[in-house]
Design a protein around this ligand. Structure first.
Ligand SMILES: Cc1cc2nc3c(=O)[nH]c(=O)nc-3n(C[C@H](O)[C@H](O)[C@H](O)COP(=O)(O)OP(=O)(O)OC[C@H]3O[C@@H](n4cnc5c(N)ncnc54)[C@H](O)[C@@H]3O)c2cc1C
Length: 511
């Protein structure tokens, strides 16, 4: 089990970790893929199989990012997205989105089948997916979504027969969707990749990527040495380079999950509601446990994240015969301004550095779609879905443009206001296990008192773009509300885009 924070997902608790080597020498490759989640691993495998010599770098452990903390539904039914895409774009965009996601699903099905020959069972199972209104407030929206999904080409039907142990007024059902074990799937992809000749390195955090020099190679700067590659794919959830300004075209959103043992049979399907708060439910393969995920909020913008678990648990106990709550965890993904992920060149200036980001909490299928698109683009070909997901699209909606412009300011103001309130807390009132922004010797510091009463302090300034980090009680981490970087209580990076840890401060005042 890998975790520097308090919570770890049910998937990571149940699987042994990978152990690929660290990279301590200079290397050359055709393609460098940075990031060992589903997007990076799938892209690396596709390119290696297409004859490219691929090196994949992972800052921590493969599959232990958001992929290994997801609900792990593999479906084209993403809440009420078809209605929204039709409204924001048009019916053809919705059709392409459905086609791409169905292909992503079948791509995963194919790799899952292959992995079995390598003794990796990622528990891929066909299930029906449902988008529901649980409280009956969105019956019309559900009807519209069923129609939009059908127009997009999905075998969608409206129903109220969903197989949950409580009445559901209306739902959209799409059959022949799937669920799996996302961490085992990543392990399986890694096996397929190394079998095909690809090389994988763990515990290597890429620091920078430069455009190609006269020799035609981009350079990936590493803590020790460098990797030269003709193409570089940045699949790090949110690119750690500021080029392309994806940090301003998405916002980081955190969700909470619990794994629950039931005193009754688990429902057969995979469910998500459209009203707020979100409740996403799926069974575990043993048929006696379920996952319940929801309570989303912008990263860093929740007063006491422990309440999120309490809300989730209360809802679950009200609707299911709960025997025990066995796992609690939280994770975040980046929400794009116009609902569509960004897949393609990092910016308009390059045809060598590529990215896939903004997966909107549906990146298991769209992360696989990204691999299919990026493979073709890197091989110099076209792809029919490339325009829809174009990472350099500028024709975002007027409201989206405004969002992009204001994104930084809004977060900065929010943080500023929060900070004023938080500095009032005197350091000697900090309870064991708690953290806060406090003043030490006239300086604002991010202080944490461990369970033994020792004080640990860091600079509260996020090393990405200088926003103030805020305390996450449930995870015992410092989270940046601007772009989602997260840090452990000792300042070490838990999640990018930050590349440097928080500066450590001696709480005794001795430097
Ligand atoms: C709670 C939750 C539930 C979800 N459930 C679903 C679901 O049911 N179905 C679905 O389709 N989607 C779901 N999603 C979304 C989905 O999990 C993500 O969109 C998808 O996993 C993103 O994959 P990724 O490879 O881009 O990111 P990740 O899996 O996070 O991988 C990125 C990797 O890059 C590494 N990295 C970062 N910086 C560097 C660096 N500088 N150098 C080297 N490596 C680096 C990280 O360590 C990480 O391993 C969910 C998301 C959340 C938050």
């Amino acid at each position: 089990m890998f975790s520097r924070t308090r919570s770890h997902s049910v998937w990571l608790a149940e699987a042994p970790l990978t152990g690929y080597p660290e990279l301590r020498e200079n290397l050359d490759a055709d393609v460098a893929v940075i990031g060992g989640g589903i997007a990076g691993l799938t892209t690396a495998l596709e390119l290696q199989r297409a004859g490219q010599n691929v090196v994949l770098l992972e800052a921590e452990r493969l599959g232990c990012g958001v992929t290994g903390a997801s609900t792990a539904k593999v479906t084209s039914l993403h809440g009420a997205i078809y209605r929204r895409i039709e409204q924001k774009f048009d019916a053809e965009a919705a059709r392409l989105y459905a086609e791409a996601n169905q292909a992503g699903l079948e791509h995963i099905a194919g790799r899952a089948e292959e992995m079995l020959a390598h003794s990796v069972d990622c528990q891929f199972e066909r299930r029906s997916a449902f988008t529901c209104t649980f409280d009956g407030s969105e019956i019309e929206l559900i009807r519209e979504e069923a129609e939009a999904a059908r127009r997009a080409g999905l075998p969608a039907e409206a129903t109220s027969d969903v197989g949950l142990p409580f009445p559901v007024p209306a739902a959209v059902r799409v059959e022949n969707q799937a669920q799996f074990h996302p961490y085992r799937y990543c392990v399986g992809l890694a096996r397929l990749l190394t079998d095909a000749g690809g090389r994988i390195y763990e515990h290597v955090r890429a620091q920078n990527v430069s455009d190609p020099g006269d020799d035609g190679y981009c350079t990936v700067a590493l803590p020790e040495g460098e990797l030269r590659a003709r193409h570089v794919v940045i699949a790090t959830l949110l690119p750690f380079l500021d080029r392309g300004a994806y940090f301003a075209q998405t916002h980081p959103s955190r969700s909470y999950g619990i794994a629950v043992s039931l005193n009754e049979a688990a429902p057969e399907g995979m469910y998500i509601n459209v009203e707020s708060p979100t409740r996403s439910v799926r069974p575990m393969p043993d048929g006696r446990r379920i996952l319940v995920v929801g309570e989303e909020h912008k990263v860093g913008q929740d007063d006491d994240t422990r309440d999120r678990y309490a809300e989730l648990e209360a809802w679950t106990r009200k609707h299911f015969a709960v025997q025990s709550v066995d796992h609690r965890w939280s994770a975040q993904d980046n929400i794009p301004v116009d609902d569509l992920p960004y897949i393609g060149p990092l910016d308009r200036e390059t045809d060598r550095i590529w990215t896939a980001t903004g997966f909107n909490k549906w990146g298991l299928t769209t992360g696989s779609v990204a691999a299919l698109i990026l493979k073709e683009l890197i091989l110099g070909k076209r792809h029919p879905w490339a325009e829809l997901f174009d990472s350099t699209r500028t024709d975002v909606l007027p409201s989206a443009k405004e969002f992009v412009t204001q994104n930084l300011n809004v977060a900065a103001h929010y943080v500023g206001d929060r900070l004023k309130a938080l500095v009032a807390e005197p350091v000697d009132q900090l309870a064991p296990g708690d953290g806060a922004i406090v003043e030490l010797d006239g300086e604002k510091v991010a202080a944490f008192r461990d369970d033994s009463g020792n004080l640990h302090a860091c600079s509260p300034i996020c090393t990405h773009m200088g926003c103030y980090v805020l305390w996450n009680r449930a995870e015992r981490s410092w989270d940046c509300p601007c772009h989602g970087s997260r840090f452990a209580t000792d300042g070490q990076i838990l999640q990018g885009p930050a590349l440097d840890p928080l500066e450590k401060i001696d709480p005794s005042g001795d430097q």
